[in-house]
Design a protein around this ligand. Sequence first.
Ligand code: GDP
Length: 464
Amino acid sequence: MITDDTIVALSSGTGGAIAVIRMSGEQCAEICDRVVRSAKGRTVASSKGYTMLYGNVTEADGGVIDDAVVAIYKAPHSYTGEDMVEITVHASRYIIRRTIARLVEEGARAATAGEFTARAFLAGRMDLSQAEAVADIIASHDRATHHLASQQMRGGYSEELQKLRSRLLHLAAMLELELDFGEEDVEFADRTELVQLMEEIAAKIESLTASFALGRAIKEGVGVAIVGRPNAGKSTLLNTLLGDQRAIVSEVAGTTRDVIEEHLNIDGVDFRFIDTAGLHQSDDQLEQMGMERSRKAIEQAHIVVALIDGSTLPEENDNAPETIRELLAEIGCEEDERMIVVINKCDVAACDSQKVAAALPYPAVAISARNGEGVERLVEQIASTIDSKRIYTDAVTVSGARHYQALMRASEALSRARNGLTTASPEMTARDIREVLDCLGTITGEVTSDQILQEIFSKFCIGK
Ligand code: GDP
């Protein structure tokens, strides 16, 4: 990664009235002063940081491209830690293109994806997990994703890992010192302390990896598959939940042929409701394809809402559970901890579906998707599957797959080290502990390589 030149890119998004072109690097002031001319003869070079300059963006022959306001940042007090300017122009594609072209003509280089943030990381302005959170905060789309990203950006995450790592680093150094003494039977690293620390770290890693399910669900949206026989009321329920008529409702069985996905925000968390095609035997090729997609959707869902048509239940409350069991088996929803049984059409059911639902040995709600009865309770039940209290506390939640994988690898190496402490050679133990240190270090960027950096920053947009 080249860091000694001056880079430029459009940093604002498409649309809008104004555009922000960002430039960072040692020659920033010089280049900008050759392109943006202030009427009063002010220059970026002679200006202080955190000030603004007004001027014209000009062609090489002096022709005016646009008016511009330049925000000036002086190293190290900028996003990248380098000298930086942000040139605001009108958001015309022509103006943007010409302005960047002029800056490049005068010596700047077009920035690659994520290069501003990569420089911020390399300059020590933020650690790697914070740099990754920049991408997440830009992509955040609701209160929960915003909270996770901003928590990570503020460094809550890195702090915990760095503390663990530095304690282990100390003990690893002691262990390695023992190796240097070879034959002499010395013990610098207190074994009881080492075991204690390993257990503490293992517990921490476990709580972090356990939070990943929640973190990922929040980031990707919590998948809720609505499953049921044709005509159970899946489309109607989805419509009632969303308050509009998006999915097709039909009296003919098997109308919802494809998987329909709709989003509902509950307590700041994005829930993805997936209306699956009616799961039943069908020769229709189109329907079969839809059903295959349904199975996939169920497999990947966090929550499975098993919808039962209450109007098909027997009159006797006591007989209903048996029929429900059969219906659940038919739609492939046996004993699944993700399942919420919903008895629909309580308005026309012959049995007392509220009572039947309350007596079932798994979470169950009786509703009428058509008139809305009980739907609020169902929403509460769905929301309660996500630990929203945890999201909004200061508890650290892992949401990045890269971090999760590094933690899993650290955990494996740690258990090898722990098991080998009494049986394996000290060399092996030292090596395993090094691996734990490396894995934890890749998360914060204390241990890094060009390849890791490239992988991370190439996923960013240009201008970030
Ligand atoms: P899907 O095939 O599971 O998507 O079922 P639909 O949502 O298309 O509903 C099938 C039929 O059941 C439609 O005529 C709906 O109006 C009706 N229906 C759905 N929910 C209810 C309900 O709560 N009560 C009554 N009485 N009818 C319902």
